[in-house]
Write a protein that binds this ligand. Sequence first.
Ligand code: ATP
Ligand code: MG
Length: 565
Amino acid sequence: MENPVEETKTINFIRKIIEDDLRTGKFGGRVHTRFPPEPNGYLHIGHAKSICLNFGLAEEYGGLCNLRFDDTNPTKEEVEYVESIKEDIHWLGFDWEDREFYASDYFEQLYEYAVQLIRAGKAYVCDLSADEVREYRGTLTEPGRESPYRNRSVDENLDLFERMRAGEFPDGSRTLRAKIDMASPNLNLRDPVMYRILHATHHRTGDKWCIYPTYDWAHGQSDSIEGITHSICTLEFEDHRPLYDWFLDALGIYHPQQIEFARLNLTYTVMSKRKLLRLVEEGHVRGWDDPRMPTISGLRRRGYTPEAIRDFAERIGVAKRDSVVDIAFLEHCIRQDLDRRAPRAMAVLRPLKVVIDNYPDEQVEWFDADNHPKDPSMGTRKVPFSKVLYIEREDFREDPPRKYFRLAPGREVRLKHAYFITCDRVVKDEETGEIIELHCTYDPATRGGAAPDGRKVKGTLHWVSAAHAVDAEVRLYDHLFTKENPDEGGDFLANLNPNSLEVLSGCKLEPSLAEAAPGARYQFMRQGYFCVDPDSTAGHLVFNRTVSLRDTWAKIEKKLKERTR
Ligand code: ATP
Ligand code: MG
């Protein structure tokens, strides 16, 4: 597992390449990157890494970054995905200005480039079926065989290619292939397919085309057309780089540099769009933006901030080898960010009624509570105290174990911002034996939470005044999968965590939260960081727990430091 180090800007190998190129003037001192999503799903945290890298590097070196939709596969792509991708990139804090491009914008130019290669004897129309092409390709240990159509004349190729475009042939009956080397040790160079016939309607070009370029044919040429300098992609394209270079050299056009880095993997989640799509389509989650999803829209709904995601992306760095990052590190980053910015509030998630017997029946006191213990600029709010309160069920034990410092019979604790109280009596349901309320007394001399005689209490509890409480639904989340590696055992769905969502209803919030707007984030004292879900309506508040307060990453890091000492 990767162990990110606690520092901000690291000189990663990509920065080094760019700085070398700037020094030697390789691209005339320009830095121009692009983020090239395929609009066949929602973006996830792995894409965020790529976005931060591409837009971030451009920003850092005074360059530009394009958004280019890699829309070469009309059957899987949808406008919904295009819109969500744009929203997510903007939300992360990046802007492509007027540079929103589509590979489909270049279909005509790509066609002309293909004709150029045919004329140069470097591409041919092949009548082998997809299965035959695969069979002829050979394996890593065996060279491929040349297609019987490889040596067609230029004129015949030009004619057939034009008729392919005109729609004369059925799907899959012919392809256009680059004429490179069927014996190359790199399978990507064994006469790769450039065009396939596909009578399908495209979300932008409609029915104009029935031949579509492959990724390899479209990508490098699109980079070239846009004047990209550094074409940053993930490691699985390393073996494609010779083909990327071959096409550009064969055409003799402007030649960007492809650079590969290791994709982000996270424990306890999946990152493949195919798998995420299954989770959505089969109803294992509520949608692409389900707060358990590793999608950017899911993280946003969960309460993550763009700053925390950008911080995470920077701190994990970029590497040349694949690795898996502990999801606890992502949670650590959001916790650090929210600790700084989230106002504090009191919310009782599993309420237990407390009656303060010696408190006047109709009295209400409004205490000043700081919104942030370390940041006075965040101000204060008023919190009402009255005779009947709620505390957290788990904050009372009839038979407290050792080191349990919260409330118990005869025990005194502090109610945050208010008074010391002592538990005198427990009321139980006669039939079930369930504790239904506690009777306590308060010490008026401890107003504000300190005793004039200097006596100490070990426990401080959060609480809410029953008469003033606002009801809410609170959704608690756990990892989506029970295994660090969800693919363990072969079927990722078998490792789904049945307890990844717990819905609590009847939670009691302090009244200052009544007007909380969707997206607003808080720290609920002792419970974690929460944010208002868009499902909230005026009469029905819904909160998501972004992350608990317990920082498992901090613990892991401490252990690591001890080990390396
Ligand atoms: P999938 O294989 O799940 O469909 P993809 O890589 O095909 O994902 P694209 O839409 O093509 O998805 O990705 C757009 C960009 O984001 C590419 O440059 C890709 O390399 C990068 N990217 C995708 N997944 C990750 C990841 N896990 N970590 C870093 N970068 C990623
Ligand atoms: Mg892709």
